[in-house]
Design a binder for this molecule. Structure first.
Ligand code: ARG
Length: 263
């Protein structure tokens, strides 16, 4: 009788252990080298940056140039994609903590970031521009921002560059849409942000009462950021990017979001 009981207990434990294994078995992370089959690419992005990454209002899907590009790259590399929406200033830390494999988020390649992450080859050329209210008379060039209140997204090159100008009263916000709202509400005199995003805001989102200025502060290249240890994934991304540029796929995605000529 005792023996039967002990056997039952054993069986129960075995069943629990088995169930536990099943529950934990996710697809292996990109470049982990473990297991085969369904490889998962964990992608981080700050979904606040139309037309690169934003949320479709009706079906809530993440869409934009970066989203299409990373899905096409992953498909070519044989990965499933999982996209996580993470605040821009939390993206590099998330890579360093290996919570995500890569970030695609209109990220400017620069020396300071190269100390913390690897970058793919450049995939888009941008720079910084300004948005002001339509009735603004005294801001034309970046130098005119001295003594003014300016909104920037936290952790961005806009923030760094406006700090460098000196003499500007800077207000940092979590997202560019927050910056635009503050401008409209009269809390700041200008928004500094990436030119293609500013242009899209003015021309495509039906913004009123504001205008984009032609003066450009910087020329910046976007790249996909990868964990420092993952040179293998960097090489794969670069090979696929090259392939998509050669076979016209990159151009298709570019035309979908920007129309007309490519860079
Ligand atoms: N290009 C700028 C930077 O790298 C801004 C990027 C912001 N991206 C975003 N998804 N909000 O700092």
């Amino acid at each position: 009788m005792k023996k039967v009981f002990a056997f039952c207990v054993l069986l129960a434990f075995a069943a629990m252990a088995f169930a536990g294994c099943g529950g934990n078995s996710g697809a292996p992370a990109a470049g982990s080298g473990e297991g085969s089959g369904g490889k998962l690419l964990r992608v981080g992005s700050a979904i606040d940056f139309a037309p690169f990454e934003f949320q479709d209002e009706s079906n809530k899907e993440y869409q934009g140039f970066d989203m299409d590009l990373i899905r096409a790259l992953a498909k070519d590399m044989g990965y499933e994609v999982e996209i996580q929406n993470i605040g821009f200033d939390g993206l590099i830390p998330a890579i360093q903590a290996k919570n995500i494999d890569i970030m695609i988020s209109g990220v400017t390649i620069n020396e300071e970031r190269k100390e913390r992450v690897l970058f793919s080859d450049p995939y888009y050329q941008a720079g910084l521009s300004m948005i002001v209210r339509e009735d603004n008379q005294d801001i034309h060039k970046f130098q005119d921002l001295k003594g003014k209140k300016v909104a920037v997204q936290i952790g961005t090159t806009s923030s760094a560059e406006v700090h460098k100008l000196g003499g500007v009263e800077i207000k940092e916000f979590n997202t560019p849409p927050d910056c635009f709202m503050e401008l409209k509400a009269g809390g700041v005199d200008a928004v500094v942000n990436d030119r293609p995003v500013n242009d899209y805001y003015i021309t495509k989102s039906g913004a009123t009462g504001v205008k984009a200025l032609p003066d450009l502060l910087t020329a910046e290249d976007y790249g996909i950021a990868i964990h420092k240890d993952n040179k293998e994934l960097q090489a794969k991304l670069n090979a696929s990017l090259k392939k998509l540029k050669e076979n016209g796929e990159y151009q298709k995605i570019y035309d979908k979001w920007f129309g007309g000529a490519s860079k």
